[in-house]
Structures are given as structure tokens and as C-alpha cells.
Write a protein that binds this ligand. Structure first.
Ligand SMILES: NC(=O)c1ccc[n+]([C@@H]2O[C@H](COP(=O)([O-])OP(=O)(O)OC[C@H]3O[C@@H](n4cnc5c(N)ncnc54)[C@H](O)[C@@H]3O)[C@@H](O)[C@H]2O)c1
Length: 311
């Protein structure tokens, strides 16, 4: 059935892929963005479709439209961007959540929150399950994002309990792919850009800290499957790739795949940088019949092709 779907943050990295996928599925898409980190270029090809609408709006202000579903992605997501104006970051998370939930309540739409593995902070259990409450510094330089996202989850749950709003919460783990911002400082885009320019590859810390890397297409499948679930399952559910790599291994892969002459250099680790991250995805397997299918090698090749095109 054709639905009218609002994607906040739709001109960003994840949002642009989601808008494209939803259009391909035959839905009508309203893409709302203030272009803080996103760009019209990411959704330019979609403007050809009469079922795609681009709306310039800041989600800190209320927005109204008759829609069936809402994906709430609007929020700066990389440390460079979310630390640029931390007060705005926490405001966007909190006020954005309230505004989309009020809208969902008014028009009886289903609403999905793009939460994050950052709600686990520097985790004391490994891999991270949804039942783990996390180990988050409330007063550090990452807190505007981590606590903002935690608070958004709280608000989602309270709107569900108090007003029976139909909510879904997904916790997204590190995701990469085409349309990432080349200067957003996230590890995959950073390394690829440095490698393609034969510049030094900057590893923060020893490089032994681990991360799991999920290719964007896998995330979009998980996300849309979550939205399609019935009212009995609201999450939170981890959506990520459990394959675990050290940052050093990632750098080596990227140097090999780009044929780069770059050398690795080591810089001091920023504060509160988690030492390990890996999702337990048993819940997503069980409830969504979902698991990531794209290998790091294949995902990196696609992403490198994209960055070669734009640099
Ligand atoms: N990429 C990841 O690995 C990852 C991991 C966990 C969670 N997430 C979450 O997914 C969402 C999308 O992340 P992304 O990686 O695509 O980042 P992104 O920066 O590319 O996208 C965020 C989008 O939101 C827009 N935006 C920011 N503030 C806004 C506001 N006040 N009003 C309207 N639009 C606003 C930006 O312009 C941008 O288009 C974010 O909420 C992020 O927290 C991403």
C-alpha cells in the first residue's frame, strides 16, 4: 500500500539512502532537512520523482503534515558536527523528538527514532545487548550527543506509555557508505579521503580499539523492517554489523583497497572514546528476521568508488 512518509534529516547520509529506498518501494516521501550537515546534492536524483518533496525546516520547531509514517533522523551525527554547537545538538535531539512525537500523536502516524550505539557509552559488557543500560559520562564533550539520544529514547517511551503513540526505536551502530560527508571526521570517511589523497592516515590512540562497521544498504533493510513490525514490538533493537575490526585493521584494508601510499600516524585519543563496540543482534534476527549481508570488503569498495567520484 502506498504510504506518505516523512524523513527528518532526509538530506543527510542515511536519510538520502532511506528516501531513495522508500521511493523505490512506491511510497510518497517528504524529506525534511535544515541542511546543517546534509546536502541537496544527496537527494538531487530523487527530485525527478513527483512523489518526492524537499522541505527546508528546522525540526526544533513544530512541523505539521498528514503522514502515515515518520523516520526521525534529524541530528548532527559525527563528533566534529555535534561538538560544533553542543547546546544546539542536545536541543535538536530533545526538541526534535518532542516535535515528531506530537505530530505522530496528532495524525496517528507510526514514528521511528534513529537512536545510536552511543547510548551504551564506553560499554562494560561486550557485545552490547539492548538490555544493557550503558556507561555514559553525563558531563563530557560527547554527552550532548549521547545524553541527547538517551533522553530522546526516554521521551519516545513516555509518549508511547502516556499517549499510546506507535513508536519504534532502533540503535544504529557505526554505518558507512556513499553520501557520507567527506569532512565529517568519521573513521571510515576520514581514512578513505586520506588514503585517496595519499596523506597520512590518522589513528587516534593505539588503533587497538575495535568497532563494527555496517554498510548502509544493510541498515536501510533493518530500519524499514523495523518500521513494518506490528504494535507488539517497539524496540529498542540494535541494528549493526557484529563483525569486529580494530581501527588499525580498518586502516590497513583501506590502504590496500585504494592502493594508497599513505602512512599510518598515531595521535592522542580524544576523551570518552569507547574502547570497544560490537552489537549483539540476536533480537533483530529473531524479531525482524534480519542480519547484515554485506562484507566490509564489498562495502568499502563501493564507498571508495563514491569518494573517488567526488574528490
Ligand atoms: N551514521 C551512523 O553511523 C549513525 C550511527 C548511529 C546513529 N545515527 C543516527 O542516524 C541519523 C542520521 O545520521 P547520518 O549519519 O545520516 O548523519 P548526517 O549528519 O549525514 O544526517 C543528519 C541530517 O539531519 C539534518 N539535521 C541536523 N539538524 C537538523 C535540524 N535541527 N532540523 C532538520 N534537520 C537537521 C542534517 O542536515 C543532516 O541532513 C542521526 O540521527 C544519527 O544520530 C547514525
Amino acid at each position: 500500500m502506498k504510504k506518505r512518509i516523512l524523513v527528518t534529516g532526509g538530506a543527510g547520509f542515511i536519510g538520502s539512502h532511506l528516501c531513495k529506498y522508500l521511493l523505490e518501494q512506491g511510497h510518497e516521501v517528504l524529506c525534511l532537512d535544515n541542511y546543517f550537515t546534509g546536502s541537496k546534492d544527496n537527494v538531487l536524483p530523487l527530485l525527478k520523482s513527483p512523489y518526492f518533496e524537499l522541505i527546508r525546516h528546522d525540526i526544533m520547531n513544530p512541523y505539521h503534515a498528514e503522514v502515515d509514517e515518520i523516520y526521525n533522523l534529524a541530528c548532527p551525527a559525527s563528533p566534529i558536527h555535534y561538538q560544533y554547537d553542543p547546546i544546539k545538538t542536545i536541543n535538536v535531539s530533545v526538541m526534535g523528538a518532542i516535535n515528531v512525537l506530537n505530530l505522530a500523536n496528532q495524525v496517528k502516524a507510526k514514528v521511528l527514532q534513529a537512536s545510536t550505539s552511543e547510548v551504551y557509552g564506553d560499554p562494560k559488557i561486550h557485545p552490547q545487548t539492548e538490555s544493557y543500560w550503558g556507561n555514559v559520562n553525563p558531563i563530557g564533550i560527547r554527552s550532548c550527543y549521547d545524553e541527547g539520544k538517551r533522553c530522546a529514547e526516554t521521551i519516545f517511551m513516555d509518549y508511547h506509555r502516556q499517549y499510546q503513540v506507535k513508536i519504534k526505536i532502533i540503535r544504529i551502530f557505526n554505518t558507512y557508505g556513499p553520501n557520507m560527508h567527506p569532512q565529517d571526521g568519521r573513521v571510515v570517511s576520514n581514512f578513505i579521503v586520506q588514503a585517496l589523497q595519499n596523506k597520512d592516515i590518522t589513528i587516534y590512540g593505539t588503533g587497538n580499539q575495535t568497532r563494527s562497521f555496517q554498510y548502509i544498504d544493510d541498515l536501510i533493510k533493518g530500519m524499514t523492517r523495523m518500521m513494518a513490525t506490528g504494535e507488539e514490538f517497539i524496540g529498542p533493537v540494535n541494528i549493526g554489523n557484529p563483525g569486529e575490526f580494530t581501527i588499525w585493521e580498518l586502516a590497513e584494508h583501506i590502504i590496500r583497497l585504494t592502493g594508497s601510499k599513505s602512512k599510518i600516524i598515531y595521535l592522542p585519543l580524544p576523551s570518552d572514546d569507547p574502547t570497544q563496540r560490537k552489537p549483539d543482534i540476536s533480537l533483530a534476527r529473531e524479531k525482524l528476521n534480519w542480519e547484515p549481508l554485506i562484507s566490509l570488503e564489498d562495502g568499502l569498495k563501493e564507498t571508495i568508488r563514491y569518494f573517488k567520484g567526488i574528490l
